[in-house]
Design a protein around this ligand. Structure first.
Ligand SMILES: Cc1ncc(C[n+]2csc(CCOP(=O)(O)OP(=O)(O)O)c2C)c(N)n1
Ligand SMILES: [Mg+2]
Length: 330
């Protein structure tokens, strides 16, 4: 397994831990869908996309739109891990005035490109961004994550058709195909399987992968656009609630209100995953200060897992931007 894969797995494990930190702070949230797509979101920020936490409004950046906005904790967990905002901000999740509300708000947090949560809008927004980049002569690509249960929203299909018609090959749609949605199996509520056939019929170039297998996620994202002149789609088979054993594939954990010792059990499981990845990384690289810097803050194995993050002095820029957003200046 390559160092890049393990490094992304490590950051994904820590991002999952961040999700549980938000749950601990707020007492409730959309857990299942956040955990199914978080490996993909991690790979996008830590490997695929041109992005810089210290300069989140760089016009040349690639864009990420979380169309299924209820999965927002995935993006917050990854942005915090990448150093877009101070990690302590996670403890304000869902509170009045927080920069990280229940659904992403571009006016409140650096790194959020669009307000989402009403399903079915993100792909159209992303298409507009991708066309805008083309018109302005930029090289930016736009990545968007949709849920399988989101796909029946009719507006998606206008965007799928328009993107192919206009040959928008800097647009990449990733379907977090976890087979479940809010009220049950997607196949029972409004099934579109096999999703890849629909997308191909609409003129997209499509790959089907295991979206919780970091090696597949990375190697597939490395290949976009799959075909010149065609938008790219990845149908990512995932597990809702991935990473917390008792939440996996359980529709009841779409929205989680932790009870009993669930939080402690979730944290213990994720801390074991973080520690295991940390050991793998240290095994490859050696536990030196230089290597820690390259990896964005790998804590020595003796340190408490889950606490160290990629946060560096660069976050000062993000803090300043947060302040401006609060004051309505940015
Ligand atoms: C327009 C719109 N209709 C309904 C909802 C309510 N809703 C929130 S999450 C969800 C399920 C979405 O399923 P999926 O896209 O598969 O996401 P997952 O539950 O797997 O995270 C629904 C219907 C919404 N947010 N927006
Ligand atoms: Mg789903």
């Amino acid at each position: 397994m390559s160092q890049d894969v393990i490094s992304c797995e490590y950051h994904a494990a820590k991002a999952r831990w961040n999700v549980v930190r938000m749950m601990r702070a707020s007492g409730a949230g959309h857990l299942g869908g956040a955990l199914s797509c978080i490996d993909i979101v991690t790979a996008l920020y830590f490997r695929t996309m041109k992005n810089d936490p210290a300069n989140p409004t760089d016009p040349a950046r690639d864009r990420f739109v979380l169309s299924a906005g209820h999965k927002g904790m995935s993006q917050y967990g990854v942005l915090a891990e990448a150093g877009y905002f101070p990690i302590e901000e996670l403890d304000t999740y869902g509170q009045l005035g927080s920069h990280i509300p229940g659904h992403p708000d571009m006016h409140k947090l650096p790194g959020i490109e669009a307000n989402t949560g009403a399903l079915g809008h993100g792909l159209s927004i992303s298409l507009g961004m991708a066309l805008g980049a083309r018109l302005s002569g930029g090289a930016s690509r736009v990545f968007t994550v949709l849920g399988d249960g989101e796909l029946p929203e009719g507006s998606n299909w206008e965007a799928f058709a328009a993107a192919a018609h206009h040959r928008v090959d800097n647009l990449i749609a990733i379907i977090d195909d976890n087979g479940l949605q809010i009220s049950g199996k997607t196949a029972d509520v409004m099934g579109l399987e096999p999703i890849e056939d629909h997308l191909r019929a609409f003129g997209w170039s499509v790959r089907v992968i295991d979206g919780n297998d970091m090696e597949q996620v990375i190697s597939t994202l490395d290949q976009v656009p799959f075909e010149e002149g065609k938008p790219s789609a990845i149908v990512a088979h995932t597990v809702k609630g991935k990473g917390i054993s008792f939440a996996e594939n359980q529709v009841g954990y779409h929205y989680w209100k932790p009870k009993g010792d669930e939080l402690e059990r979730a944290e213990a499981e994720l801390e074991a995953q973080i520690a295991a990845k940390q050991q793998e990384l240290v095994g490859i690289l050696g536990n030196t200060a230089g290597n820690n810097a390259v990896l964005g803050g790998v804590a020595p194995p003796a340190a408490a897992p889950g606490i160290a993050s990629a946060q560096t002095g660069e976050r000062v820029g993000a803090v300043a931007l947060l302040l401006e957003l609060s004051q309505g200046k940015a």
